[in-house]
Design a protein around this ligand. Structure first.
Ligand code: G3P
Length: 224
C-alpha cells in the first residue's frame, strides 16, 4: 500500500512528509483553489518538500487532448522529478493518455466511478486510476466494492495499472481498500491521524509512562 497526501496545503504536506511513510502528493483544481495562491509557487514548494523521488500527481485543467498534453509537459518540465499528469476521464483525456504515454509521461486517470471507466483508462495506458470511494458511498453505492472490482479486473487482464483510491471520509474506507488489495490511496491530512489513533493504544502508552515514572522518576534509558 502506498499512501499519498491529497492536499495542496503546504504546512500539512511538510508535517505529514516528516512523520508518515508518504509516497507522494496528489492535487486537483479544487484543492489548489482552496489554497488561493499562485499555482507555480504552490506546486514548486510541494516538489521542494517531498523531493524529486516521491510522486507528484498534478491535475491538468485543459479540455482538449492536445492542450492537456501541452499543459502536462509544461508542468513536468517546470517541476521535474517523479511526475504524473492527473486527468479526469473523458474521450479527450483517453486520447491525451495515449499521447502522453508515447512521450514517456506518467498518467493518473481520475474522477473514476465505475470499473468500466477504470478498464478503459488502463487500456489507454494510464499508470494509475483514481476511483472516488466516498463520493460513491454518498450516492448509496459501494465505493470499496468498485475498488475491489477494479483491482480484480487489472489482475484478470494482467494490466500494468495501479489503483490509487481517492475521496475518503474515514479510516474504515481506507482499511477496506487495503483489504481489497488496492495498490495505493490518496488521503486528506486528517485521515492520516485517524489511521493510527486508538484509545487503547493511548491507554497502553500512558500505562508504560506511569509504571516507569513510579520507579525511575524522570530518568530515561540514556541516564543509566
Ligand atoms: O483526489 C480526489 C479527491 O480529492 C476527491 O475527494 O473528498 O472531494 O470527494 P473528495
Amino acid at each position: 500500500m502506498k499512501y499519498l497526501i491529497d492536499t495542496a496545503n503546504i504546512e500539512a504536506i511538510r508535517y505529514l512528509n516528516e512523520y508518515y511513510p508518504v509516497a507522494g502528493v496528489t492535487t486537483n483544481p479544487t484543492l489548489i483553489a482552496k489554497e488561493n495562491g499562485d499555482f507555480w509557487e504552490i506546486v514548486k514548494e510541494i516538489r521542494n518538500i517531498i523531493g524529486p523521488e516521491k510522486m507528484l500527481h498534478i491535475q491538468t485543467v485543459q479540455k482538449t487532448a492536445e492542450k492537456i498534453v501541452d499543459e502536462a509537459l509544461l508542468v513536468k518540465q517546470t517541476l521535474g522529478g517523479n511526475f504524473y499528469a492527473k486527468i479526469p476521464i473523458c474521450e479527450e483525456s483517453l486520447k491525451a493518455t495515449k499521447m502522453l504515454k508515447e512521450l514517456g509521461i506518467g498518467v493518473t486517470m481520475t474522477a473514476i466511478f465505475t470499473p468500466a471507466q477504470a478498464l478503459m483508462a488502463a487500456k489507454a495506458g494510464a499508470d494509475f486510476v483514481a476511483p472516488y470511494v466516498n463520493r460513491l458511498d454518498n450516492t448509496i453505492s459501494d465505493g470499496v466494492k468498485v475498488v475491489e472490482y477494479i483491482v480484480e479486473q487489472f489482475k484478470n487482464y494482467n494490466l500494468d495499472c495501479q489503483v490509487l483510491a481517492a475521496s475518503f471520509t474515514n479510516a474504515e474506507q481506507v482499511h477496506k481498500c487495503a483489504v481489497a488489495g488496492c495498490h495505493s490511496v490518496t488521503i486528506a491530512p486528517k485521515i492520516f491521524e485517524s489511521l493510527i489513533a486508538h484509545p487503547m493504544t493511548e491507554a497502553a502508552i500512558e500505562g508504560f509512562e506511569r509504571d516507569w515514572e513510579a520507579v525511575y522518576g524522570n530518568k530515561t534509558i540514556m541516564d543509566f
